[in-house]
Design a protein around this ligand. Structure first.
Ligand code: HEC
Length: 470
């Protein structure tokens, strides 16, 4: 009797400790593992990782089973124990585990090796190492003479010769960066008419160290020219008001796309969550400006009082892939989700992409961010990744060396160490394929003017390229 009482008290105390801050792993262990197994393998209740959902396999159906239970089968309803947030987070958690289990059993995606041919669905390629000796390279751009410009996170902008030789001397006089957390020198992009005007654009974490020795930083955009290894003629294209600079170390963005006299670029969320829903703040926005920094008169928020007039779209977390389909000038983006929910989006004027009100992920520590994945007035992603691959770098392949890849999108993944090929058809993702994996963290993806697909990898820090197999 006493033992029973202690056991009962134990259960009650354990239950009482479940708060909104309780990690999903702990909730699972407390409430679910006894019947579904510590490793989701099943027991009195079925396996939750075998991909078989007897009671419906959509997110909504799984959430419903957990909410209402299947009392006639011995599955209790959880609606009075777990919040809607926690039930949604449980679905994300179950999906994460289901996908990981599935990946374990499947044929692994190709890991290319120099000297060998890698076959994919539509094209076969060889991988070549172009450049080594870089330190945390971030972004890659091509000049008309075949040279490449490469940013390194700590600040240097490096020049790489057409044959891949790294110039030992970085450019002098490039802007100082606040290297706090994920910040640093970010995107480099020559103007489409570079041959005529010589402009090169740089985005970076701009800021200062206060008296408390804490860095305050935000993404800024400048352009300048390169003369004999010297960065000159610098002009500021975008710099936010100093009051928006923050000491958070996360989510700077940024990428740059040129189109018909306009420039699109990203300011990341900077950890500001709900600030991204506020168009008077720069965080978590994609901007569109004239190439010299002026605000276009037809930008969506020019009439909105106190708005940042450069905003083109909002509700973004941390976009680090931005690319345009040259056929119809539609703009695509990849952005980092939290734990799950990295997104591939079509970016439209004035639209709200929902972070953090809607998301397909949960917080890194296993707690909820939101109970909902969709809401009126908020855009749905074209696709999302769960588990996250940490999307970084995006290119629309417009070369001719891989004709069967023409106009497919190639998205890099840092944590996922992969490049995903995405084919759009009639406004939807029609094909998705991992064309390579496990050669390092993919930081940037570019279509070279020579038609080869170039990648920046981190750890190992390299530029590599894919060339046709024959
Ligand atoms: C007392 C045992 C028990 C506990 C505790 C329990 N379940 Fe279940 N669960 C079951 C049974 C039994 C079924 C029905 C199995 C069947 O139909 O084969 C089930 C079914 C399910 C299903 C549907 C599976 C499918 O194939 O469609 C899900 C999802 C699920 N449980 C999740 C949970 C979660 C999440 C928890 C913890 C919050 C939990 N369960 C706690 C016994 C339990």
């Amino acid at each position: 009797m006493r033992i029973l009482l202690i056991a009962l008290l134990g259960t009650i105390t354990a239950s009482a400790q479940i708060t909104p801050k309780t990690k999903i792993e702990e909730i699972y262990a407390t409430y679910c593992a006894a019947c579904h197994g510590a490793k989701f393998e099943g027991g009195q209740g079925g396996s939750l990782v075998d991909g078989i959902w007897k009671h419906g396999g959509s997110d909504e159906e799984i959430a419903r089973t957990i909410t209402k239970g299947k009392p006639e089968l011995g599955m209790v309803p959880w609606e009075n124990v777990l919040s809607a947030n926690q039930i949604r987070t449980m679905v994300v958690f179950l999906r994460e585990n289901e996908k990981r289990e599935k990946a374990r059993g499947a044929t692994p995606p190709p890991k290319p090796e120099p000297g060998k041919v890698t076959a994919t669905t539509h094209e076969s390629y060889r991988i070549e190492i172009v450049t080594e000796g870089l330190k945390a390279p971030w972004s890659l751009a091509f000049l008309p003479d075949g040279k490449m410009l490469v940013t390194e996170k700590a600040g240097p902008v490096r020049i790489v010769a057409r044959d891949g030789t790294l110039d030992p001397v970085p450019l002098a006089g490039t802007p100082a960066v606040q290297t706090v957390g994920q910040g640093g020198m970010l995107e480099v992009a020559p103007h489409p008419d570079y041959a005529k005007n010589g402009w090169v654009y740089l985005s970076f974490s701009d800021g200062w160290k206060g008296e408390d020795n804490k860095a305050r930083a935000l993404t800024s955009l400048v352009r300048g020219r390169i003369k004999d290894h010297q960065w000159t003629d610098q002009e500021t294209i975008y710099k936010a008001d100093a009051k928006y600079y923050t000491s958070a170390g996360v989510h700077f963005g940024s990428r740059i796309v040129f189109d018909q006299g306009y420039i699109y670029f990203v300011v990341g969320e900077r950890g500001g969550r709900m600030e991204v829903q506020d168009v008077t703040r720069p965080n978590g926005k994609i901007f569109r400006l004239h190439e010299d920094g002026r605000i276009p008169a037809d930008n969506p928020f020019v009439e909105t009082p106190n708005a940042e007039k450069g905003i083109w779209s909002y509700g973004h977390r941390n976009p680090q892939g931005l690319a345009m389909d040259p056929r119809d000038h539609s703009l695509y983006e990849t952005e980092h989700g939290p734990r799950g929910g990295d997104e591939f989006n079509l970016i439209l004027k004035g639209r709200n992409y929902g972070w953090p009100v809607i998301t397909y992920g949960m917080d890194y520590n296993g707690t909820a961010i939101s109970a909902i994945t969709a809401k009126e007035g908020m855009e749905q992603p074209l696709t999302y990744w769960l588990p996250s691959i940490a999307t970084c770098g995006l290119a629309c392949y417009d070369g001719t060396k891989f004709p069967k890849w023409r106009y497919d999108f190639f998205a890099g993944g840092l944590a996922g160490q992969q490049v995903v090929r995405l084919r759009m058809a009639e406004g939807k993702v029609a094909e998705q394929e991992i064309i390579l994996k496990d050669i390092g963290r993919i930081r940037d993806v570019r279509c070279g003017p020579d038609g080869y697909l170039y990648l920046i990898t981190n750890a190992p820090d390299r530029i590599v390229r894919l060339i046709p197999a024959n």
